[in-house]
Design a protein around this ligand. Structure first.
Ligand code: SF4
Length: 455
């Protein structure tokens, strides 16, 4: 276990902004993308392979002040009368580029608050997706729901449509913290929703928590830890609060003086990690925890875990077809982000052109660096021979400057470097974003403000 001196040293040296690498290159490198990229990339999908589908449902009735998502605020359900038909039309137009029904092994609904939708909206979306795609028998179908707005009968309905995994955003259960971030919640209600999810046979329940919010302390966080012990979700995501008020202006309404400082954040994180271990959870990558039998936990141990915009996954670099405002797809090595504003997205679908807000076509060099960064971020491990075999590079020659930097991390006690591999250890896990950034060819100190701090 880390001692206080080590923790203080890590904070002093590494608490600087660095990307989270949900993509490589990061979205900062995205730029204008020609419409032809859509057709070109879709046509290169291997028909026999499975794809992943992401659907963005941006509506929320209430704005949480820590929110970092692309959200459209509305209390009126009528907004869905326009959004859902547009979404179905987008799915039609894009899948019409293919002369077969793509096989889907993963479908995820993110937001926003996907359960802002009416049940009839889900009926339409699922019917449409099943017409346009061929779902494999054990497809993972998941959604991020706000547990406070799950109405009676809602879970049963979406379970009946085929959803089999659920992720609930809880973040914190302490009234003072919740009030400061404008997110009213009732713990008993959340517990009921989780119990109901289990009864209905959802195979996995994930709970999101955040540390670093206003008024959170090591002591206050005990309530969250007890709550986890009480409901025992299959997975826990413990996210460090990304305080980026220059990007998300509503975060300016947070009381900066009340925000947990770096030292307190690390104490909260360490306490949570210890508590979760005591409950039988194992750490997965940077910020997730899973029970021993969980597929992600097993993949982390086997060093076969992967990562994409939706988070950790056991399925390697599937093409991801994305629909909805701001959704980012990744198809045949091309990142494509839909328009963030409803007006731009609407025009793109209706006109069948100017599809993207921005995007990026990966080079061969980007692909190999992306593979290494993903391996480090997901498995805390990179095998040089495997990279050489997969990408035809001489690792030691091609990445000589990067290996010198890895040697520095090893010398500082953050991992083990051999001729064959680099393995990140416990302290290295805290600064994994810094270690992965060694392979980021685009990283410039001047762009640091675009990212949240590492700790
Ligand atoms: S519910 Fe989620 S997406 Fe909506 S405002 Fe709150 S944090 Fe953002």
């Amino acid at each position: 276990m880390l001692d206080n001196a080590t923790v203080a040293d890590l904070i002093a040296r590494y608490n600087s902004p660095v990307p989270r690498y949900t993509s490589y290159p990061t979205a900062l490198e995205f730029g204008p993308l020609a419409d032809t990229a859509l057709e070109d990339s879709y046509r290169r999908i291997e028909p026999a392979s499975s794809v992943s589908v992401y659907v963005h449902l941006p509506f929320c009735a209430n704005l949480c002040l820590y929110c970092g998502c692309n959200v459209l605020l509305s209390r009126k359900k009528e907004v869905l009368d326009e959004y859902i038909p547009l979404l179905l039309k987008e799915i039609d137009r894009k899948t019409a580029l293919l002369d077969y029904r793509p096989r889907v092994s993963q479908l995820h609904f993110g937001g926003g608050t996907p359960n802002f939708l009416r049940l009839t909206d889900w009926d339409k979306i699922f019917a449409h997706l099943r017409r346009r795609f061929d779902f494999v028998a054990d497809a993972e179908i998941s959604a991020e729901f706000d547990p406070m707005v799950v109405e009676d009968g809602y879970l049963e309905h979406v379970r009946g449509l085929g959803m089999n995994r659920m992720s609930y955003g809880v973040q914190d259960v302490t009234p003072k913290v919740l009030e400061a971030v404008n997110r009213p919640q009732d713990v008993a209600r959340i517990r009921d929703v989780v119990v109901e999810s289990r009864r209905l046979g959802f195979s996995s329940v994930n709970i999101d928590l955040i540390y670093g919010l206003p008024h959170q302390t090591e002591a206050s966080y005990q309530a969250n830890l007890e709550f986890i012990g009480d409901i025992k979700p299959e997975r826990i995501a413990l996210f460090s609060f990304a305080h980026v008020p220059w990007l998300k202006h509503h975060q300016r309404r947070l009381d900066v003086q009340a925000l947990a400082r770096a030292e307190e954040k690390l104490r909260i994180y360490l306490g949570a990690r210890k508590h979760f271990a005591g409950l039988g959870y194992e750490q997965i990558g940077m910020d997730h925890f899973g029970l021993k039998h969980d597929t992600l936990t097993r993949a982390f141990h086997d060093k076969t875990l992967h990562r994409n915009f939706m988070g950790y996954t056991t399925q390697k670099t599937l093409d991801m077809l994305a629909f909805g405002t701001s959704a980012i797809g990744f198809v045949s090595g091309v990142y494509m982000q839909n328009h963030v504003k409803l007006s731009g997205w609407r025009s793109a679908i209706n006109d069948g052109r100017h599809w993207f807000e921005k995007g990026y076509i990966m080079s061969d060099e980007d692909r190999v660096r992306s593979e290494i960064i993903t391996a480090l971020m997901a498995n805390f491990y990179v095998n040089f021979t495997q990279i050489e075999n997969d990408y035809g590079v001489d690792f030691h020659e091609h990445f000589a400057p990067e290996l010198a930097k890895l040697q520095q991390f090893a010398d500082e006690g953050h991992g083990e470097l051999t001729a064959e591999h680099f393995t990140v250890n416990e302290t290295g896990g805290f600064i994994i974003r810094h270690i992965a950034s060694v392979f980021d060819a685009y990283r410039k100190e001047s762009e640091q403000k675009a990212f949240s701090k590492a700790i």
